[in-house]
Write a protein that binds this ligand. Structure first.
Ligand code: HEM
Length: 240
């Protein structure tokens, strides 16, 4: 039931020369913490990771401040079971606050936006796996229809499998309720792409390094090919 409509967004980290856009990751972080974190967790990401230069590259003092707004289990010597304390740079984001809301650490890598045709996966070869496209499409895929079944409200969504999702539109048609520090647009389409890019970084923090290494490897192998060819010619020049 329900054909999934996934939009093919052009993210800056696509292709062999693609890299994360630091400013976009910072906007996505702001959206994640101000909107998504109310329900979703991100347990595999540590606050200190947000200072990495190939990630959001946030100043450490700002992230220390941000972390202190999140509460994690207190495992100190004096702590009683159930005690909590403000998080620090050394802590990870808490798990999901709302049962049923999936943890977002790996979501961008564990969902596919593109499939087929006919199980061949050719669309994935051409467009990529499409995890961030899927997330952005869910955020923009609400139709406004809702229904209640067994006490749970479902919202019609063209990108979610089955067509109905138990999540109210987290970002409304009016866009974000806050301004970005860099004054970038806060409309729904922009915000959906920004937070999806951030979640892609969360799921694959070493993408920049991986692509840089891949390029270096290809260059090195090309050079090696030329050298080996010349070596071969030189070694065997008198055997014709
Ligand atoms: C599911 C993204 C905010 C509650 C999902 C899914 C995505 C998503 C992509 C589908 C996951 C899957 O494929 O399994 C986001 C983003 C948010 C956000 C990017 C912030 C911009 C929220 C908020 C709440 C919430 C604020 C609670 C008020 C849920 C729940 C589900 C869900 C309960 C599971 C729905 C189901 O399985 O039917 N979210 N979400 N989300 N989200 Fe959110």
């Amino acid at each position: 039931e329900g054909h999934q409509e996934i939009h093919d967004y052009a993210f800056p980290f696509e292709g062999p020369f693609g890299r994360y856009d630091t400013a976009q990751l910072q906007r996505g972080l702001a959206i994640y913490t101000q909107v998504c974190a109310a329900c979703h967790g991100m347990e595999l990401v540590y606050f200190r990771n947000l200072t990495e230069s190939t990630g959001p590259a946030m100043p450490a003092d700002m992230i220390t401040e941000l972390a202190s707004n999140f509460y994690v289990p207190d495992d100190g010597l004096e702590a009683q079971p159930g005690d909590e304390r403000p998080a620090t740079l050394a802590d990870n984001f808490p798990g999901s606050a709302l049962a049923g809301a999936p943890d977002m650490s790996l979501l961008a890598k564990s969902r596919a936006g593109f499939h087929g045709p006919y199980g061949t996966g050719i669309n994935q070869l051409l467009n990529g796996i499409g995890g961030p496209e899927y997330i952005a499409s869910v955020l923009t895929g609400f139709t406004g229809e809702e229904k209640v079944e067994a006490g749970i409200t479902y919202y019609e969504n063209h990108a979610f499998s089955g067509g109905w999702i138990a999540m109210a539109p987290p970002i409304t048609e009016d866009g974000l309720f806050f301004e970005h520090a860099d004054h970038a647009p806060t409309d729904l389409e922009s915000a959906a792409q920004d937070v999806s890019a951030f979640l892609m970084w969360a799921a694959e923090p070493k993408l920049n390094q991986r692509k840089a290494f891949g390029l270096t490897a290809v260059l090195f192998l090309s050079l090696l090919t030329v050298l080996l060819y010349l070596t071969n010619k030189k070694l065997w020049y008198n055997v014709k």
